[in-house]
Design a protein around this ligand. Structure first.
Ligand SMILES: Cc1cc2nc3c(=O)[nH]c(=O)nc-3n(C[C@H](O)[C@H](O)[C@H](O)COP(=O)(O)OP(=O)(O)OC[C@H]3O[C@@H](n4cnc5c(N)ncnc54)[C@H](O)[C@@H]3O)c2cc1C
Length: 398
């Protein structure tokens, strides 16, 4: 019998496991991961950006966790020798509408207490001669890291403290009674006094097999990237972002210097037909049926039909994809774009078709399910893990 079982070896599960074990060294804790290795899904397939927290609604968990997360992840990397850099980020306006939106973004970042600076065109060009636009916001603390490396280190600390890691252990059934939770994995049965599920793209399903109603379905959104060819990897020094459209949930295709020295271009946001599908032609009957039979899918799809079709066209056509980037980096050409692995985002949508913007936790007497951990959950993983530990401890004390 374990005291705690954690499902999911992505960065949220790893951050929780490591901190929980450090806070309760005598407890028996197991982390269950369905893949042969941890960090294989969202955690290992993202932009690697340490977000400063410019955009999030003041007072939201996203804003709070992100601000604390930047400090925490940088401290963690420093302490454990994980490479990271803080090149800073420019959010670039290219027309009048974007300029107006940029001003609103500046105000929000300031409300969130983030260090940001307004740059006019000349200042911007001085920092980034290849970037075109009328103005920009500079966020000096935005950084880059490999979240897979961060996750591996957290898991190493967890097991070094005596935590148990079971990979290739997909959880298929859950049942709860007064003394704890029975967890059926593909490798056998486990009992734990308390369960924490951090299952990313499968989080709603885990809650449902536990008999809980998360109130949302996870819809998969593919994020397709290119990588700039090596000779172009000095084209920008900062992370270069377009001004996000407030009506859309994603940040837009950006140029991101990665910690390995390359620069990625992306990601776009394309409806996926398989939650963990990373090839070109991915389709899962189960995932697709789940979506098509969910009213929230139809409502959100009709609301974003225009954007969805545009993203689809750009995904089919490299020149169309490039055109979006050339708006703020005109010297890039088709030859500069090389293939790069795809990521899939878990987007939690309610039955009315509303996207859940903030973190979402669903609880029973003996469990906590993280049912929505959207970007910037990688940046924020350490404070999220801390928050989960505190919630469990408060429950145990009451
Ligand atoms: C394209 C893209 C770009 C992004 N860019 C950024 C960024 O730059 N900065 C940032 O901060 N965030 C970014 N994010 C968001 C960030 O990557 C995610 O929010 C974060 O990784 C979520 O972590 P997680 O642990 O919740 O989920 P995941 O990493 O998906 O991990 C969930 C784990 O649960 C396991 N699991 C699922 N079901 C079961 C089961 N039944 N039994 C056992 N195990 C199970 C899975 O195998 C997986 O390993 C990005 C995301 C994407 C997709």
């Amino acid at each position: 019998m374990y005291d705690f079982a954690i499902i999911g070896g992505g960065i949220v599960g790893a951050a929780t496991a490591w901190q929980l074990k450090a806070r309760h060294p005598g407890a028996r804790i197991v982390l269950l991961e369905k893949e042969a290795e941890c960090g294989a899904h969202q955690t290992g397939r993202n932009s690697g950006v340490i977000h400063a927290g410019l955009y999030y609604r003041p007072g939201s968990l996203k804003a709070r966790f992100c601000k604390a997360g930047v400090r925490a992840v940088i401290e963690f990397c420093g302490e454990h020798g994980i490479p990271f850099r803080q090149p800073g980020k420019l959010v670039v306006a290219t027309d009048e509408i974007e300029l107006e939106r940029l001003q609103a973004r500046l105000a929000r970042a300031q409300q969130n207490g983030i260090d940001v600076h307004w740059l006019d065109q000349a200042d911007m060009r001085e920092l980034e001669p290849h970037v075109a636009g009328s103005a920009a916001i500079l966020s000096p603390s935005s950084g880059i890291v490999s979240y897979r490396a961060v996750t591996e280190t957290m898991l190493r600390l967890f097991t070094a403290q005596g935590g148990e890691l079971m990979t290739a252990s997909e959880v298929v059934r859950l049942s709860e009674d007064q003394s704890g939770v029975r967890i059926r994995t593909r490798r056998g049965l486990i009992r734990a006094g308390y369960l924490i599920a951090c299952a990313g793209l499968q989080s709603d399903r885990l809650a449902r097999i536990h008999g809980l109603d998360p109130g949302v379905h996870i819809l998969p959104y593919r994020g397709e990237y290119f990588r700039l060819r090596k000779e172009r990897s000095d084209i920008v020094k900062h992370l270069i972002y377009p001004v996000p459209d407030p009506a859309l949930p994603f940040l837009g295709v950006h140029l991101t210097p990665m910690i390995d020295g390359s620069i990625t271009v992306g990601p776009n946001a394309l409806q996926g037909w398989k939650r963990e599908g990373y090839g070109h032609l991915n389709f899962s009957v189960r995932d697709t049926w789940d979506m098509l039979s969910y009213p929230g899918f139809w409502r959100i799809t009709s609301r974003f039909l225009g954007t969805g079709l545009r993203e689809f066209r750009n995904a089919l056509s490299k020149p169309a994809y490039l055109k979006g980037v050339q708006k703020y980096c005109p010297s890039l050409s088709l030859d500069d774009l090389e293939p790069h692995p795809v990521g899939v985002r878990a987007m939690a949508v309610d039955r009315h078709g509303a996207m859940v913007d903030d973190f979402l936790f669903v609880e029973s007497a003996r469990s906590l399910h993280v049912c929505n951990a959207p970007s910037p959950a990688a940046t924020s993983a350490i404070p999220i893990g801390e928050h989960i530990c505190e919630r469990i401890e408060a429950k145990a004390a009451s």
